[in-house]
Design a protein around this ligand. Structure first.
Ligand code: NAD
Length: 539
């Protein structure tokens, strides 16, 4: 197989004042936010399908401003999308690796080049991300997914069995028989796009169901894929609210896999749906799900207080705490707490909450009314049963704004220490310095999730202890860093327990789930006598 370009991580643009990318992004934001609502059809067999059943997509930080109207795909459209995908499946599966790879490498260059400002602006407006949060997600991580997946798939092709003298053994990396149902969360455009494209790069066809709240950005990503040469029908776009798409897709005999990222509850419902339909399927569907988290920061008494405070507020409040990896429960030794608390509170007070088109904003709005009400409910719980150190307020008059909120609890098993909040609420439990060993056990046993976690310590022995004791408490474990910000090719991402199947998006582990290897043995000179030597007569 011919070599491919060596991938490097897409450099993050600073968007600092006075730079050309900053000027381009500001101009694009102005144009996009004053344009009339975009119409987003379902895309079936490459054609726009308008059902007239419209789903509004609005700006979280100005919730009355509708950015797009999406046509919901109903049962008939989802069935048509499955039929259409199956029609092109054989041809796409036969398309050589190099051709498939070229499409995604070109898409990555289109995204990081001419379409960078457009995709960033769409992600900022549609998902309320600041320029930095959008840049690291919608541009850098997505370009990385596309380039690194090509690299990892190439390596998987290189992984071939032994061929002793007289025979030739090969692994034929077939895609799955059927279609992959790619179901995306609202919070990362890169993940939303990787869910269909990772299986598609491997030669599969996919049904793509983005979250309605991220459809604005997803639409521009799909346009890039089409411009890059992705053939019609290979990815079918079926916008909708979930259950309808789920019912139709899960009852199809051709369901070959589910590539899901979202909440644990939804993934469990999908898994149950697959179990209920098990007798219908031609093959056992592959179930890959990256789900919720209750991510921790554990500080040792040797931690440096200022970097600890920075890890807490950055890890907890960037993108309004709506990262699956966001720091949400923090364990700080009593001896450090006054300094850490004062610094974290002071930093949080400086974080401006508001419209992300204003580049002095640190936190935009949370994604929608449902999220706003859920998070405000946790703020109320904090006021009622814990100590709110900073924040604790919310305002939905213009946008879904939640003030970054730092809470201290006395009970390490408080609900705020256990449940995924998925918003800018960080809860701290202060432990006695002498109770380090017990605290390690607490961190491991307090939440059902095991996605990300961090230990902050200058004592190497304590780092080793935490690394050992928390081996199964997080799929991504950080030492002296915040628990967010995994980079493709550097920290393969995913968690265990109730956080998912830990198949590590953007790594060869994940790609291997979309392949069904066929082992081929070819014998050059076959035997012509059925008798083995031991059957001969003894002399
Ligand atoms: P969600 O579970 O509410 O929705 C995810 C997707 O599933 C949406 O597109 C939704 O429409 C769809 N859906 C819902 N019911 C369905 C059904 N019956 N059939 C088919 N599709 C259905 O999640 P969300 O609010 O969009 O995202 C937030 C969650 O995602 C959090 O729990 C977060 O931790 C998790 N997440 C995890 C990771 C990770 O890598 N582990 C990354 C990002 C987000």
């Amino acid at each position: 197989m011919i070599p491919i370009p060596t991938p490097i991580n897409e450099p993050v643009d600073s968007h600092a004042p006075g730079t050309a990318p900053r000027a381009r992004l500001e101009a694009t934001l102005r144009a996009m936010s004053s344009a009339p609502p975009l119409e987003i059809p379902a895309i079936i067999d490459g054609k726009a399908v308008r059902t007239g059943k419209l789903l509004p997509v609005s700006m979280p930080h100005q919730h009355r401003r509708v950015l797009a109207q999406a046509h919901e795909a109903g049962e008939a459209e989802v069935s048509a999308a499955i039929d259409g995908a199956m029609k092109v499946a054989t041809e796409w599966a036969r398309t050589p690796f190099e051709t498939r790879a070229a499409i995604f490498l070109r898409a990555a260059d289109l995204l990081s080049g001419p379409h960078r400002a457009r995709v960033n602006a769409a992600c900022m407006l549609g998902q309320s991300k600041t320029p930095h949060q959008s840049e690291i997600d919608a541009v850098c991580e997505l370009a990385d997914f596309w380039r690194f997946n090509v690299h990892f798939l190439r390596k998987l092709h290189d992984e071939q069995p032994l061929s002793p003298a007289g025979q030739w053994n090969r692994s034929d990396l077939r895609p799955l028989e059927g279609f992959v149902f790619a179901i995306a969360p609202f919070n990362f455009l890169s993940i939303a796009a990787n869910l269909p494209t990772a299986p598609v790069l491997c030669g599969n066809v996919a049904l793509w169901k983005p979250s309605t709240t991220s459809l604005f950005g997803c639409w521009y990503v799909l346009e890039i894929l089409r411009e890059a040469g992705l053939p019609d029908g290979v990815i079918q776009l079926v916008p909708g609210e979930g259950p309808v798409q789920g019912r139709v897709a899960l009852s199809s005999p051709h369901l070959a896999g589910i590539h899901f990222t979202g909440s644990t509850g939804t993934f469990k419902a999908l898994w149950r749906g697959v179990a209920d339909n098990l007798d219908r399927y031609r093959s056992f569907p592959r179930l890959v799900g990256e789900t919720g988290g209750k991510d921790f920061i554990l500080a040792h008494a040797s931690a440096e207080p200022i970097s600890l405070a920075t890890a807490i507020v950055r890890g907890g409040f960037e993108y309004q705490g709506q990262k699956c990896s966001a720091a949400s429960r923090v364990y700080v030794p009593r001896s450090l707490w006054p300094e850490v608390r004062d610094r974290a509170v002071a930093d949080t007070k400086q974080m401006k909450v508001g419209d992300v088109s204003d580049f002095s904003t640190f936190c935009g709005a949370v994604i929608d009314q449902r999220a706003y009400q859920r998070i405000a409910g946790y703020q109320k719980l904090a006021h009622d049963s814990a100590k709110v150190l900073v924040g604790g307020t919310s305002d939905d008059s213009e946008g879904w704004f939640i003030a970054p909120t730092l809470v201290e609890v006395d009970d390490p098993k408080h609900r705020l220490m256990q449940e995924e909040i998925f918003g800018p609420v960080v809860t701290v439990y202060v432990y006695d310095d002498a109770r380090w060993d017990e605290t390690l056990a607490l961190v491991d046993q307090t939440s059902p999730y095991a996605l990300t976690g961090a230990v902050i310590s200058r004592d190497r022995h304590a780092v080793e202890q935490a690394t050992r004791a928390l081996r199964n408490s997080a799929g991504n474990f950080y030492v002296n860093d915040k628990p967010t910000g995994a980079v493709v090719g550097q920290q393969p991402f995913g968690g265990g327990r109730q956080s998912g199947t830990n198949d590590k998006a953007g790594a060869f582990y994940n790609l291997s789930r979309w392949l069904s290897p066929r082992s081929i043995k070819e014998t050059f000179v076959p035997p012509t006598d059925f008798r083995y030597p031991y059957l001969g007569e003894s002399k």
